[in-house]
Design a protein. Structure first.
Length: 334
């Protein structure tokens, strides 16, 4: 090969190598510049709610994932809503999005979660595995899905002294913007509920929740002016159910609302399948009230078709009435 030809080939290879190096250098500079901008915007966003009495902190905030991903990492996350008297603390946060699809974000969160409200309600949750993903659009977060394995939750109301524990082998949470409303669905599998100083209330069951919160689409991404507080919120409970298997199913549906003090009100319909089976399960857990349970089961059977029945429930600021006039319980404020 002539010297001039070798020189020409070498020159082209040198230009190609230089071009590759330049592209990598520009991409690297762009990635780190974008990461620094995202970090500044994240910190700015966390501080932008101060005027509404909401402060949030992402401790040791950092963006990682070079070269093909970018994600926010925090050693601890905390939120303090002074206006509504709600505070929450979370463990470490790790997130990631592909550079070519930044609107699809996956993230993980370490336990525990600790939430407290000004009405004396405290909630603490631990788990073995927490994974979530979200889809963003121009309006913000459009929808999100979360999966939690082996979650254990303790709920305590200092106002009433009521305390109970909930454990679930598998949990799924799905949130979606529906215009100005927020659709929410929750599934708890292999669930146990235990109240303080009482035997287990129910055998292990599966619970499902499907509801809409009116005008609260912004709760999904923090753009709602009321934050995550449910005070002053109304909605539609399409279905809340507890399934013990073998046809033993309880379903509640209907409109509901929370007032500014956190009390629940609503007009709900309760449906019970396999009344006798429920009576037997509860009688085993609470033998001291077995005669009362038998009487209640007979009344439900009379209202329905023997094995199943429906009952109208009215909740007025936490007080629960059967048929609109017989008080059967009380729900503390959130």
């Amino acid at each position: 090969m002539a010297a001039s030809s070798r020189t020409g080939v070498s020159g082209k290879l040198w230009l190609l190598a230089s071009g590759v190096v330049l592209v990598i250098a520009l991409y690297t500079a762009g990635w780190f510049y974008g990461a620094s901008v995202l970090k500044e915007r994240t910190l700015s966003l966390l501080g932008s709610q101060e005027s509404r009495g909401i402060s949030a902190e992402c401790a040791d905030a950092d963006y990682r994932g070079y070269p093909f991903r970018i994600g926010l990492f925090c050693s601890k996350v905390s939120v303090d809503d002074r206006t509504n008297g709600i505070s929450a603390m979370f463990g470490s946060l790790r997130s990631a999005a592909q550079v070519y699809n930044p609107g699809h974000i996956v993230w993980e969160l370490d336990s525990p979660i600790e939430i407290r409200t000004g009405h004396g309600l405290s909630v603490s949750t631990t788990w073995e595995n927490f994974q979530s993903s979200l889809i963003t659009r121009f309006r913000g977060v459009e929808r999100t899905s979360t999966m939690i394995e082996n979650a254990k939750t303790n709920i305590l109301s200092s106002a009433t002294g009521q305390a109970f524990n909930i454990s679930a082998g598998h949990t799924e949470i799905h949130l979606r913007q529906n215009g100005n409303d927020l659709d929410a669905a929750l599934t708890l599998q292999n669930t146990d509920v235990v109240m303080k100083d009482l035997p287990q209330l129910l055998p292990r069951f599966t619970a499902n929740l499907d509801l809409t919160l009116t005008g609260r689409a912004g709760m999904i991404d923090g753009s709602d002016p009321n934050g995550t507080a449910l005070y002053g919120t109304q909605g539609q409970m399409r279905s809340v159910s507890a399934d013990l298997g073998d046809g033993k199913l309880i379903t509640v549906s209907g409109p509901f609302s929370f007032d500014e003090q956190g009390y629940l009100s609503g007009k709900l319909k309760l449906r019970v399948e396999q009344i006798d089976a429920w009576r037997d399960s509860l009688s085993q857990a609470f033998p001291q009230i077995a005669p009362t349970l038998k009487t209640a089961a007979n009344m439900l059977s009379a209202l329905g078709r023997g094995k199943s029945a429906s009952l109208d429930l009215t909740i007025n600021r936490g007080k629960v009435f059967a048929g609109g006039f017989i008080q059967i319980g009380e729900i503390p404020p959130i």
